[in-house]
Ligand binder design. Structure first.
Ligand SMILES: Nc1ncnc2c1ncn2[C@@H]1O[C@H](COP(=O)(O)OP(=O)(O)OP(=O)(O)O)[C@@H](O)[C@H]1O
Length: 447
């Protein structure tokens, strides 16, 4: 009895999904196998589509889909544009306000009394009633094809008062929305995917372990109708000593869950000694981490990775490898300078949202030693450099206090420093050549 009910539910689900796909114009692509891999659609800022004239005879499924989306595109006034962006999709949705459901996913979506409200998705935010969720705060969506609901996973900033101070910090919030039909839900999900939000395609709750070989889920894998970007593949280099030994905890508890939600494939390597990160960056096969290297730690570990990359024979290719930064050290000045964020959650979100920031890199050539050292923020010579060198001896014993201890000791045996700096401004041609990874200026220090 139970079995026959399941079969009939499966059949009706298959029919419903096939109908939906046909209505969305996706069936021909699936049946001919023309679009089996995920597709990312670039953002277009064309708000008003021209109405089709009688002369326009060849109208493809893509054109129909485009027209449907364009229909919803209305530019919000220029003065609001910066804040809200331009509208890309709108419709009715209901937000599930219950914390958790004891019912199965299917029962929930079928039997709920839905309170539908007008919802708009703009290029910058999802807006419903007086609520707004910025797309920059959205990590990903979870969706089971064939169901009417989808969940938006976000890390919005929340203010919390701490005595006299008001603190802002990010924490996870999941928003579960119900659409009126499963086709509507699929359209919402695909519009989010077009806005570069990763979509976790979950197996339908009916697609149990006993999935038969002719199941709809085998026939039409979710990737065939969800226009989702492919999951990024990165190498994570973590300094377990950073931040007084707290970096592993920071990564596992705060950062890794965000990357997992966003579909990242991570290979995590913990450094075992000073210089390990440099060696890794100098020898890693880029095909194993095509989307870049993420450094978890302080400025020291980033500097090692940078120097490892720039010491390679294929330096030009290495310069194009994106470096992500998760601040987990005692000194995180680079990420603060480049992104204006200090906390690991905001930094992880920035990596998930993508985009590259070009930075300047300088090279210090040690003429007598014949060595070149690269840097991004600052280089020291003399007293500060001696203090930093000495402080490494006290890393284990004093942690971040080691700089004060080393500074104090060096101050009492202050030597005389003499040096000469020669500055060579970069050539225009060189700047052009290095534009992909920022400009290079050459500074020569003589002493
Ligand atoms: N496993 C390790 N053991 C000891 N030292 C390491 C290890 N991995 C990396 N290092 C060294 O530790 C130095 C400091 O690392 P990092 O900047 O990541 O941490 P931090 O806590 O912010 O330290 P700092 O206060 O120097 O900024 C790096 O320059 C690196 O050479």
């Amino acid at each position: 009895m139970e079995k026959s009910q399941t079969i009939s539910k499966n059949t009706s689900l298959r029919q419903a999904t096939q109908q939906s796909l046909r209505r969305l114009g996706l069936c021909p692509q699936i049946t001919t196998g023309q679009q089996t891999s995920p597709v990312i659609f670039p953002e277009k800022r064309n708000s008003r589509g021209k109405p089709a004239t009688r002369g326009d005879i060849s109208v493809t499924n893509d054109d129909l889909k485009k027209a449907k989306v364009e229909e919803h595109r209305i530019d919000i006034g220029d003065e609001q544009c910066d804040l809200l962006g331009y509208e890309v999709f709108s419709g009715k949705l209901s937000l599930d306000k219950r914390k958790s459901s004891k019912h199965s996913e299917v029962q929930t979506s079928e039997n709920m009394n839905l309170d539908m409200v007008d919802v708009k998705l703009t290029s910058k935010a999802l807006i419903w009633g007086s609520e707004m969720l910025r797309l920059d705060d959205v990590v990903s969506l979870s969706y089971c094809v064939g169901l009417r609901h989808f969940t938006v996973h976000a890390y919005p900033l929340r203010k919390s008062s701490c005595g006299l101070f008001v603190k802002s910090r990010r924490s996870r919030k999941d928003f579960r929305f119900f659409a009126s039909t499963s086709e509507d839900a699929l359209q919402w999900v695909n519009t989010f995917a077009d806005k570069q939000c990763y979509v976790n395609s979950l197996p339908h709750p009916m697609a149990s372990k006993k999935q038969s070989s002719d199941s709809i889920f085998n026939e039409f894998p979710p990737e065939s109708y969800i226009r989702c970007k492919s999951p990024p593949k990165v190498l994570v280099i973590l300094n377990p000593r950073s931040g007084h030994g707290r970096s592993s905890k920071v990564f596992q508890e705060l950062v890794e869950p965000i990357f997992k939600l966003a579909g990242f494939e991570l290979e995590v390597v913990k450094t075992t000694s000073a210089g390990h990160a440099r060696k890794l960056a100098a020898s890693v096969d880029f095909s194993t981490c095509p989307d870049g290297i993420i450094c978890v730690g302080g400025d020291g570990i980033i500097n090692e990775v940078l120097n490892g990359l720039l010491s390679r024979d294929n330096q030009r290719e290495a310069m194009t490898v994106p470096i992500g930064i998760i601040p987990a050290g005692s000194d995180n000045s680079l990420v603060w300078t480049v992104l204006g964020v200090r906390d690991p959650v905001s930094a992880a979100l920035a990596i998930v949202k993508g985009g590259l920031t070009a930075i300047d890199v300088f090279a210090v050539e040690w003429i007598h030693a014949g060595a070149i050292h690269f840097g991004t923020t600052v280089t020291y010579f003399g007293f500060v450099s001696d203090v930093l060198e000495l402080s490494e001896k006290y890393q284990k014993r004093f942690g971040p206090l080691r700089y004060f201890v080393a500074g104090f000791l060096k101050f009492f045996c202050l030597p005389k420093y003499s040096y000469e700096v020669e500055y060579l401004p970069s050539q225009r041609e060189e700047r052009k050549n290095f534009s992909r990874s920022g400009n290079y200026r050459h500074v020569r220090a003589l002493h």
